[in-house]
Write a protein that binds this ligand. Structure first.
Ligand code: GUN
Length: 670
């Protein structure tokens, strides 16, 4: 297959845009002069002296859009150096895609001193026409003293300005060092971010990965992530084992590079999505790749050393490429955390790292996650803590406040719950109007108003997960949402309505018999969603919904919500339990707390026509944008222009300069 490179437009050189995302995991495009690179991706390491697989094949046959080679190796060998200087590095390697070069730092770490100067090596990379060069950073190792590592961090920062100057417009990697010290990693990320680097590799981690110290790898990525500007790609230097891709991608990694495919092949080791396998241990191949077609382990064993090494390298490349494709697809599908969980069971060190991450899930990652999912979430008892999508709604609900004095907690079944207890909830509302119904889920208690919100309503797992909360968990959740509880009662779906009513009666007494219609209950549920999904205060939500009327579907679900004066305000979405505003519904919320972006004058006519808000045109964000949730748009004078769904967080809106920031649903017109 002949593939054409796709050079960036002139004004876009060096820009990174996000095209899809799930939490911190993102699909992106890095705009380089040679080609617009799709991320997350892996750059195979090419040794210009020993090419196990030809670079052209990497591009044409395996679809690798970028590779990394070492400029120091080219610089040291006169024949390579002269060719590169004369014809450029793309011709030297016969590769039409993005070429990144490293600087000799790693050689310095492995072999001691390198002879090249800080500016000299960057200048050389520019002269041979690389797309992304790397400055000569100082490698900090896990076994150095903290003082030594700090010195490496500071020396690297001190070299940043001259390196940028020498790059003179060539895109440059600014590696983050700091060993295993989170504070030094953060210090390094902050210091390096002040300079105009195109990409930030996280460096100094190869020794950790070689010893499978994956928990520390996670700690390092966590320490750096929020200190690196969101609009710059993050590269995990030297990370090429496919089983690490999902967790790194979930934490925001965009680029990987690896020599593992070739190095492992030399030792007859085969990469698999779940780990490494020795060729000699196999009687059959547990996976099929193009490289292995027509072979058995014995027939590969019988090949000459060179032929076997090449065949295994090709297999390793195929696995690596497909595992990254799997991660990219998982980002689109909203299932990257499922993949993290699955891969965590393939290796004890990776499991430990994943558990560490579950226990230390950054608040910023949770708030960058769309709490609503289209599909279900598979769960089991070994996933007690939440993937961020669930934590994201959990976060909304921990701020859940209710005036109710008494709680009724119902457990023992999966959703959708309205069919199972809709009638019971209505009776409770009539007889005990000061009580609030909560559904027990394996991930905590859910106020009944959110009963159709996905993924909670679509949690899939064995029956055992539906009775997994302890009394202590229940009390904790109830108190979080209700404050000091006066009284609560615990019932079960299995009992049936009559028995459950008797249990409530025995605790709460006979109760009243208020005139409450189904519409009042539905209104209350939508009021709650307006509060939490549109970020408005309870009084405002009440006022907004006051006197509203509904259009119902044939299955008695609210399809459209109309204001007291007959305007269509919003429609609850059957697909995920979220709310879709109408233009009038959005206009009436303007100024009431719903997150709002202020766009500059250039973009006003476009927004009015309903065109998307692009990054670079946002002057300010009022409130906190959540990807996937509604937001409003206004001009600099505070005039309402339209509404849409945010693709980004407020922090991202403040720094990205390319790509869609807000998918606009409707503008007010010209
Ligand atoms: N390759 C693997 N780790 C590193 C690192 O820390 N710095 C550089 N420049 N290259 C690397």
């Amino acid at each position: 297959m002949t593939r054409e490179a796709n050079p960036c437009r002139e004004g876009d050189h060096g820009k990174f845009e996000m095209t899809d995302r799930d939490g911190w995991a993102r699909l992106g495009k890095l705009h380089t002069a040679t080609h617009v690179l799709n991320t997350p991706c892996l750059l195979p390491v090419i040794n210009p002296n020993i090419r196990t697989v030809e670079p052209r094949e990497l591009w044409e046959r395996y679809g690798f859009e970028a590779l990394i080679t070492n400029s120091y190796v080219i610089w040291k060998h006169d024949n390579l150096k002269n060719q590169a200087l004369e014809h450029g590095v793309h011709t030297l390697l016969d590769y039409p895609g993005v070429i990144m070069t490293d600087s000799g730092t790693f050689q310095n770490y492995v072999y001691g001193d390198v002879e090249v100067g800080v500016e000299e090596i960057v200048t050389f990379q520019r002269e041979i026409g690389v797309d992304i060069a790397t400055m000569l950073d100082v490698f900090g190792t896990p076994d150095m003293s903290k003082e030594e590592v700090e010195d490496a961090v500071n020396q690297t920062i001190d070299r940043a300005a001259v390196s940028i100057e020498a790059a003179n417009g060539t895109l440059l990697n600014g590696p983050i060092q700091g060993g295993i010290h989170s504070d030094l990693r953060a210090q390094s990320a902050i210091g390096m971010s002040e300079h105009d680097f195109a990409v930030h590799p996280i460096g100094g981690i190869v020794p950790l990965m070689e010893r499978q110290r994956y928990r520390e790898l996670v700690e390092i990525i966590l320490a750096c992530r929020e200190e690196i500007p969101w609009n710059r790609p993050i590269h995990i230097f030297g990370c090429g084992h496919p089983h690490l891709f999902p967790i790194c991608v979930a934490l925001g990694a965009d680029l990987f590079d690896s020599a593992a495919y070739a190095l492992f092949a030399r030792d007859d080791r085969m990469l698999m999505p779940w780990g490494t396998v020795k060729l000699g241990d196999l009687t059959e191949f547990p996976i099929s790749t193009e490289a292995l077609a027509g072979h058995t382990p014995a027939s590969v064993m019988a090949l000459s050393d060179d032929a076997r090494c090449e065949l295994l390298a090709r297999h390793n490349l195929e696995i690596t490429a497909s595992e990254l494709a799997r991660c990219r697809q998982a980002i689109r599908d909203g299932s990257i955390w499922r993949l993290v969980e699955e891969r965590s069971h393939t290796n004890a060190a990776l499991r430990e790292a994943t558990e560490y991450l579950y226990e230390n899930m950054p608040e910023g990652l949770i708030s960058a996650t769309n709490p609503l999912r289209d599909g279900g979430v598979r769960t089991s008892q070994d996933l007690p803590t939440s993937p961020p999508a669930i934590a994201a709604l959990g976060r909304l609900l921990t701020s859940y406040q209710t005036d109710a004095k008494r709680g009724i907690l119902i457990s023992g079944a999966s959703g959708p719950w309205r069919d199972k207890i809709g009638g019971l909830v209505h009776t409770i509302a009539r007889r005990w109007p000061d009580a609030e119904v909560f559904i027990e889920t394996p991930l905590g208690l859910l106020p009944y108003s959110f009963e159709d919100v996905s993924p909670w309503t679509h949690l899939m797992g064995p029956k055992s997960i539906w009775n997994s909360l302890s009394d202590e968990d229940r009390r904790f959740d109830l108190e979080a949402m209700m404050g000091e509880i006066e009284q609560h009662v615990h019932i079960s779906f299995d009992n049936g309505k009559q028995k459950n009513l008797e249990i409530i009666e025995s605790e709460f007494g006979n109760g009243e018999d208020e005139e409450i219609e189904k519409i009042d209950i539905d209104r209350r549920m939508i009021e709650d969603k307006v509060r939490y999904f549109l970020d408005v205060q309870p009084e405002i939500s009440k006022q907004y919904m006051s006197g509203s009327s509904f259009v119902y579907s044939r299955t008695h679900r609210v399809r459209n919500v109309h204001s007291s004066d007959g305007e269509h305000l919003l429609s609850p979405r059957m697909r995920d339990g979220g709310l879709s505003l109408t233009l009038e519904g959005a206009r009436r919320l303007h100024g009431a707390g719903t997150p709002t972006v202020v766009v500059n004058d250039d973009s006003v006519p476009f927004t009015r026509k309903g065109r998307n808000v692009m990054h670079g045109f946002i002057l300010q964000v009022k409130g906190d944008l959540t990807p996937g949730l509604p937001c409003l748009i206004e001009d600099q004078n505070g005039v309402f222009l339209g509404h849409g769904v945010s693709m980004c967080t407020s922090q991202e809106a403040a720094c990205f300069t390319k790509g869609i920031a807000i998918k606009v649903r409707e503008g007010i017109g010209e």
